[in-house]
Design a protein around this ligand. Structure first.
Ligand SMILES: [Fe+2]
Length: 300
């Protein structure tokens, strides 16, 4: 008779403990603080590894897609597991971590994973040349002509010091060229990405060595998937009055390491935290480095 209350109390304690554990698990899941990573996956390449030859060799594409891009995705998954980024989309992770030096590693890998997935989509075999339709009209309206846009884009991409990206974006309804160092991305600056060229050395050095401008021009002339780019335009986007602007992210305070040899270690090192992005500022094209500097060796 005397043992019944003790057993009863133990049962209640166990039930209460179990219930508390369930609620804690539910709470952590809701807060994204479980072991769940953010929603990063290695997206399929939209074409074969050798489909962009001779503009981009199969070897260069294999390294770029299967080593560098895969490395960023792997790191992004690992670094977001068990953090407030768990369960979030890549875009959400980028916006959550942009500008925060404490989570620069997450930002760098998340942004690089997103940038690369987008970059591979803006290329296609037998692409390039002048776009058509509404995109062409918007480019003419913003830059004067496609040739003027091409010249400005190549100059901006060539002038990006060190590793980075050159973008065609929609900002406040207006087409603009944006360049950013390292992993910087329009997603972090409330711009809509439309087109980009990866100007990290790993993107072109095997095929073009230090001839970055030639690589960018080749992408524009022979690889750009303008149909995909046009598909990114919002329905209400249209040619608008006003001149296009060129924006540039701040140059990195520390030059990235040289990328002479692409090894697993190099990919890991490249995917490691570097620095938080900084607020972009407008820069007139004339303020940027002369395009002739592009053919100097950039160490990504
Ligand atoms: Fe890349």
């Amino acid at each position: 008779m005397a043992t019944r209350p003790v057993t009863h109390h133990r049962g209640l304690r166990c039930a209460s403990l179990l219930l508390a554990c369930v609620f804690a698990a539910l709470f952590l899941t809701q807060c994204g603080i479980g072991n769940e990573p953010a929603q990063f996956t290695k997206e399929p390449l939209p074409y074969a590894l050798d489909a962009l030859e001779p503009c981009i060799s199969a070897q260069a594409m294999d390294l770029h897609y299967n080593k560098h891009y895969a490395g960023y995705v792997k790191k992004a998954i690992a670094l977001t597991s068990g953090t407030a980024c768990g369960g979030k989309t890549p875009e959400e992770v980028i916006r959550m971590t942009a500008g925060d030096a404490a989570v620069a590693g997450i930002f760098n890998n998340a942004a690089q994973a997103w940038n690369h997935a987008f970059y591979f989509k803006v290329l296609k075999p037998k692409g390039g040349g002048e776009p058509e339709g509404r995109l062409a009209e918007m480019i003419d309206d913003a830059f004067g002509s496609y040739d003027d846009f091409k010249e400005a884009f190549i100059k901006a991409a060539s002038s990006q010091f060190g590793s980075g990206w050159a973008w065609l974006v929609l900002k406040d309804g207006q087409l603009a060229i944006f360049t950013g160092g390292n992993a910087d991305t329009p997603i972090a600056h409330d711009m809509l990405p439309l087109f980009c060229v990866d100007v990290w050395e790993h993107a072109y050095y095997l095929d073009y060595q230090n001839r970055r401008a030639e690589f960018v021009e080749t992408v524009l002339d022979k690889l750009a998937n303008w149909e995909f780019v046009a598909s990114q335009l919002p329905e209400d986007a249209s040619p608008a009055a006003g001149e296009a602007v060129t924006e540039a992210g701040d140059e990195p305070a520390v030059a990235p390491e040289a990328e002479a040899e692409v090894t697993e270690e190099a990919v890991e090192a490249e995917a490691a935290p570097a620095q938080a992005p900084e607020t972009t500022h407008e820069a007139a094209p004339a303020e940027k480095e002369d395009a002739s500097h592009a053919d100097q060796a950039h160490h990504d």
